[in-house]
Write a protein that binds this ligand. Structure first.
Ligand code: MN
Ligand code: MN
Length: 308
């Protein structure tokens, strides 16, 4: 029998990669035959966590139906963020902490959604509910995902449950959260070796908003100038990709992870509306978004409202 494949969203972040690994471990402990896979290469941040806890990166797939009739989704549910042939496989389970949109199945399924800061916070609960022990390396990966998704608890998406889970996991993994957390975020915040495509797409998602397809990428830095100095190169690449991928708007949110502020670069005919959504003035295709760190809570809802 073919294994059930478990994966997070395209352009996987640390939560997408590690929640596939941690949820797969749980499912296997419960007697299922599953394999964690990824819908894209791991980022430098994720690789730092994998190396630290000596776990191999999951292999990358582009289609699922040729390997298995059944899948489980973690850290996403929207079809356009999932595997390209999601309509050809049966979704057995979803564990997620995002809005539910553009999602339907032909069969009943296990669906666990909670408005917490990280999918792994939910998965830790599932380990407990099923009385499955959390091994040290799994705890380390879960902790890494919580640090990553909540920017060390600074994001408005972070809940008390995430912090509590992180403390518990740090015990098991024997990790100093602050020290390890800063190193992890810094590992993912170096853009000097990245080309424009990587900066734009390493952590990017498409969102249908009204009649528009809006792509929103986010990149973490410790100095926003390293991105702003490359503005023209990035806007040119956004223009090219908007043309070839039929995007109406392309937005790159650059987030200073130490200061918890963001700067957005915006490309597309509707760019004036983006400024309007945030009540800001756009200068040279650039918007300064003070206090914004969360795409999910501080960018997507504002734009969805603007375009609906
Ligand atoms: Mn994610
Ligand atoms: Mn997540």
């Amino acid at each position: 029998m073919s294994k059930i494949l478990i994966f997070g969203h395209q352009s996987p972040d640390t939560d997408a990669i590690t929640s596939a690994i941690t949820f797969s471990h749980l499912q296997n402990e419960l007697g299922k035959e599953t394999e964690p896979v990824a819908l894209g290469k791991t980022t430098a941040e994720t690789q730092y966590a994998l190396d630290y806890f000596e776990v191999e990166a999951p292999r990358v797939i582009t289609t699922a139906a040729d390997e298995t009739p059944e899948v489980m989704l973690v850290d996403h549910n929207e079809a356009q963020q999932s595997v390209s042939d999601i309509d050809k496989v049966k979704v057995l389970a979803v564990v997620d902490h995002h809005r539910i949109a553009n999602f339907q199945t032909a069969n009943p399924l296990y669906y666990r959604a909670e408005p917490v800061g990280c999918t792994n916070t939910i998965i830790l609960k599932l380990y407990k509910e099923n009385n499955v022990e959390v091994p040290k390396h799994i705890a380390g990966l879960m902790l890494s995902a919580i640090i990553s998704d909540t920017l060390l608890f600074k994001s408005p998406t972070c809940t008390a449950e995430d912090e509590k889970a992180a403390k518990e996991l740090a015990e098991i993994a024997d990790i100093d959260i602050e020290a390890y957390g800063k190193d992890l975020l810094k590992a993912g915040a170096d853009t000097s070796s990245k080309n424009a495509d990587q900066i734009l797409n390493d952590d990017a998602k498409n969102f249908p908003m009204g009649d528009l397809t809006v792509r929103i990428g986010q990149v973490n830095v410790v100095d926003v100038d390293e991105i702003l100095e490359r503005k023209q190169e990035l806007l040119d690449e956004m223009a090219a990709q908007s043309e070839s991928n039929k995007l109406d708007l392309f937005i790159l949110v650059t987030t200073n992870v130490l200061e918890s502020d963001s700067v957005a670069l915006v490309y597309g005919e509707e760019k004036a509306q983006v400024a309007e959504a945030f009540n800001k003035e756009m200068k040279d295709d650039t918007l300064y978004l003070e206090g914004v760190v969360s795409r999910k809570k501080q960018v997507v809802p504002q734009l969805t409202e603007q375009f609906s």
